[in-house]
Design a binder for this molecule. Sequence first.
Ligand code: GDP
Ligand code: ZN
Length: 448
Amino acid sequence: MNLYVTDTIAAIATAPGRGGVGVIRVSGKDIAPVIAGLLGREQSALKPRFAHFAHFKAADGSALDEGIALFFPNPASFTGEDVLELQGHGGPVVMNMLLKRCIELGARHAQPGEFTKRAFLNGKLDLAQAEAVADIIDAQSEAAAKSALKSLDGAFSREVHTLVDELITLRMLVEATLDFPEEDIDFLEAADARGKLAGIAAQLETTLATATQGKLLREGMHVVLIGQPNVGKSSLMNALAGEDVAIVTDIAGTTRDTVRELIQLDGVPLHVIDTAGLRDTDDTVEKIGIERTWAAVEKADLALLLLDSREGITEHDRTILSKLPTSLKVLRVFNKIDLTGDTPGEVADDEIHVSAKQGIGLKELRSKLLKQIGWQGINDGVFIARERHLTAIRAAREHLATADAAYLQIEILAEELRLAQNCLNEITGEFTSDDLLGVIFSRFCIGK
Ligand code: GDP
Ligand code: ZN
C-alpha cells in the first residue's frame, strides 16, 4: 500500500464558473490552523456537522467572503480525516481568494481525486465504490447515474465479497489437504469441493453478465454511420436523435466533416458518428474527411453501412466492406424504402430496411442496435462497472477453469484458487498496485 499522506489538502469542489454557491473543501490530519486563520475560531469551538454562519477572513482580519462553515471531525467525514467545508459565494474570484487563503494557512492544492483516494485509503470506501463516485459525476444518462449510485452503495462490492468469501472457504479446504496429505482426495470429495468450485464459477458468470450491462451504461457504444454520399446517413442520424425522447447533445469540438451526437437508447449512451461519404476523390477537403472517417471506424464498436434500397449493395459498397476491420460488427441498413416499397424492419440478423426520411422502421432499428451491442434492458440490479472490472472477472474465470481442469493436482488447484481470489480482490482494491490507483484517481475531477 502506498505511503499514506496526511498533510492538509484544499480545493474548490464546485464546478468552475459562476454559481449561487461555491464550495471549498479542506481535509487533513490537522486542519486547526486553517480553521483558526479563516474563521478566527478554535476548532473545538465548532460543533460537528453543524452549519455555522461565519465570515471567512484574510490575514489582516478583513472579510474575504461570508457563508457557511461545516466541520466534520474524523473519522465521520468523507475522507475519514478532519474536513472543513466552506460554502461561499460561487464566483471564480471569491472562490480563488478563499482557496489561496487556505494555501496561505498551510494547505496545498489537492490533486484530482485526492479526497476520494484518501477515503479509499482510510477504508471509508472500497475501490469499486470510489470509482462509482467518479461515475456518478460523469454519468451520461439517468440510468447510468442510478446504477453508479448502486455501486457506491456497495451492490457490486457485496457480490464480489460473497464470491471471495466462498473462494476463501474452498481454499481452506484445499489447503488443509496440502498440509495433511493423508486426508487428500477423499477429504475433498467428501466436502464436495468440486461442486463448490462449480457453484462459484456459476455465480461469477452472473456477476460478469451484470457487470457487462453496467459497463454498457457507463461507456455506451461507439457507432459509425458509413456509406456512399447521399444514401441518407445524416438523415438517419437526425431521425435517430430527433425521435428519441432522451437528451441529445452536440459534443463540442467536432469537425464539420464528422459529426458526433450522443444519442440515448434505453439509457445506454450511443456515440454516433456521421462520417463523410466514402468514395474516391481528388478533392483535398473531402480526402481529409474520408481519412477521419477511417479513424472513426477504427474506434467503433459497431458500423451501420447505409445503402440505397434502389441500388442494393453496389461494387463500391463491397469495396468499403472489404476495407473494414474484420472484428467490426456491421449492420446493413437499406434506406429509402419509401421509394421501393420494401417491407420495413429486420430482413436478416445483420440487415434491416428503413426510411430515414419517413421515419419508417426506426423503432426496429433502435431495438436492433441495442441487441447488437448486447443490451438486455434495464433492470434494477444493474450496477455500474468498467472494463477494468470485466477484465478482472474474466481473469478470475480463467483461473477457476484451470483449477477445475487440475482438480486432482492439489497444488495447482490451490494456486489457481489463490490467483482467482487476487483477481476479484483487484476489483475492490484489496489487491491493487499503486500504479493502478494512480491511474484511477488521476481521472477524477479536482475537489472530489
Ligand atoms: P448522406 O450524404 O448519406 O448523409 O445523405 P443525406 O442524409 O444528406 O441524404 C441525401 C438525400 O437523400 C437527401 O435529399 C435526403 O432527403 C434523401 N433521403 C434520405 N433518406 C431518405 C429516405 O428514407 N427516403 C427518401 N425518399 N429520401 C431520403
Ligand atoms: Zn451526410
